[in-house]
Write a protein that binds this ligand. Structure first.
Ligand SMILES: [Fe+2]
Length: 310
């Protein structure tokens, strides 16, 4: 048993907490400065086209949570035009600041000249507030919006008008149709279920079999809505919202999805009741929780190809 508190003993006493504090500071620095700006492009092939139809490329962006100062994010998104996508889908949470619409349009830049479609996420309507990030492990943030019960304070309507002015389809509780390359594409979309603005009944019904492919677009991948998209015959569902878990555990993955979808499908390409499902881990984070760990920010290039012939 040590009786002395001098010299070497004191150093031993403080070594462990100081070491842990140092590791914590280094991890936070990595998560907030390095990984948060370490943008990745993920590529997937999705066999949803009728046999013999030419492939098309969809760029899926989501959850930029843009604030005017995020120049790296803006530059990276702009650079994605070099991929020459045939269609751009934005699944919401585009802005996190009242002055972010201009920078967001600047980020899309030449992509706005391409066919596109969008839905809103809760963060397009409500400015960010600080929340304890650990509470996502035991509950979603849905109840925060119910408690606040206040009017939207971000200019989401201006955001939507700007995207529509570029020719993009507003898919918030709407259906739509676009010519993409030589394909006839039918869309169904819903507003954000996370804040109870989804109205699937407005778009309900079987897809038009004359279209070449049918895309279901939503912000939050909520199973009750995905069930209905799949039952109506949509081929590919696109969603964001989860941030892929945002702060993940190595060799384990996401701790939470912040909605009803299961952890294994928190991001990436999966299936849901016969439809394909792509969940984007997103480009950004809330400015009140500016970190990512083991879950880099991303956009995805989905190449739609013909279904295999039996
Ligand atoms: Fe988000």
């Amino acid at each position: 048993m040590e009786a002395s508190f001098g010299g070497r003993t004191v150093r031993k006493l403080y070594a462990a907490p100081l070491g842990l504090a140092g590791i914590g500071a280094a991890t936070f620095g990595y998560a907030s400065v390095i990984e948060r700006n370490w943008f990745r492009l993920r590529r997937f092939e999705v066999p949803v086209l009728p046999p013999g139809r030419p492939s098309v490329k969809i760029l899926h962006v989501s959850d930029a949570h843009l604030t005017p100062g995020r120049r790296r994010l803006i530059r990276w998104v702009r650079s994605l035009d070099a991929l020459e996508p045939d269609l751009v889908i934005n699944t919401g949470d585009s802005i996190s600041h009242p002055d972010a619409i201009g920078p967001f349009l600047d980020a899309l830049g030449p992509l706005l000249d391409r066919p596109g479609a969008f839905v809103y996420g809760s963060n397009d309507l409500y400015s960010p507030i600080f929340k304890n990030p650990t509470r996502y492990v035991w509950r979603t943030s849905q109840s925060d919006y119910k408690k606040r019960r206040r009017e939207p304070d971000l200019p989401y309507r201006e955001l939507g008008s700007s995207l529509q002015a570029a020719g993009w389809l507003d898919l918030n509780n709407r259906i739509g149709r676009l010519k993409v390359g030589s394909l006839d594409v039918e869309f169904g979309g819903i507003d954000d279920s996370h804040i109870n603005r989804d109205r699937y009944d407005k778009i309900a019904g079987p897809v038009d079999p004359r279209a070449d492919v049918h895309l279901g677009v939503m912000h939050s991948p909520e199973p009750r809505n995905m069930d209905r998209f799949a039952a109506d015959g949509y081929d590919l569902l696109l969603a964001g919202h989860t941030h892929g878990g945002q702060v993940c555990v190595p060799f384990y993955g996401a701790l939470a999805t912040n909605c009803g979808i299961d952890r294994p499908r928190v991001k990436g390409l999966h299936q849901h009741r016969g439809a394909w499902l792509h969940v984007s881990a997103g480009l950004g984070t809330s400015p009140k929780a500016p970190m990512r760990f083991c879950c880099p920010p991303e956009a995805s290039l989905l190449t739609l190809v013909p279904r295999p012939t039996p």
